[in-house]
Design a protein. Structure first.
Length: 129
C-alpha cells in the first residue's frame, strides 16, 4: 500500500466521483491530508491537524476507508502504522459507539464518553491492555 500527501481538490474529486462518503467539507489550509492507494486505487484517506493550543497534540479530524476496502483490516493497519511513527498525543472525536470501538481496537482510550461525540486519545506513554 502506498501513502502520499493529497490536496483538497483531490478529496473534492473523490467526493464528486462518490468514492468517499463522509462530508469532507471542513478542510482548513493547515490540515494534512494523506491518500492510501492499493494498486493505484484509493483505499483510504485521512485528515490530520495540529492542535492550535498545544503542538504536542495531533487531531485525526477525518478518516475514511473506501467502501470496497472495509472489513479487511486496512484501517487498523494504517492507523497502527501511523501511531507507531507518531511521537505526539493523538486525539479524535468518534461519531458513535461503533466508530469508537474501531478506535479502541487501535489502542485509543475513552477520554470522556458522556459527550454527544466520544472523545478518544492515544498516547505512547499510556498503558493499554
Amino acid at each position: 500500500m502506498k501513502e502520499r500527501e493529497a490536496t483538497y481538490e483531490e478529496v473534492k474529486q473523490l467526493k464528486k466521483e462518490k468514492i468517499l462518503e463522509l462530508p469532507w467539507d471542513c478542510l482548513e489550509k493547515d490540515d494534512f491530508i494523506y491518500l492510501f492507494e492499493n494498486n493505484s486505487c484509493v483505499c483510504a484517506v485521512i485528515r490530520l491537524s495540529m492542535d492550535p493550543c498545544d503542538n504536542e497534540i495531533i487531531w485525526i479530524d477525518e478518516f475514511e476507508i473506501v467502501r470496497n476496502y472495509r472489513k479487511q483490516g486496512i484501517g487498523k493497519l494504517i492507523i497502527c502504522r501511523f501511531l507507531e511513527e507518531c511521537n505526539n498525543v493523538v486525539k479524535l472525536m468518534a461519531k458513535n459507539s461503533s466508530v469508537a470501538e474501531f478506535w479502541y481496537k487501535c489502542g485509543f482510550q475513552y477520554d470522556n464518553p458522556t459527550w454527544a461525540e466520544i472523545p478518544m486519545v492515544y498516547s505512547k506513554h499510556s498503558c493499554f491492555n
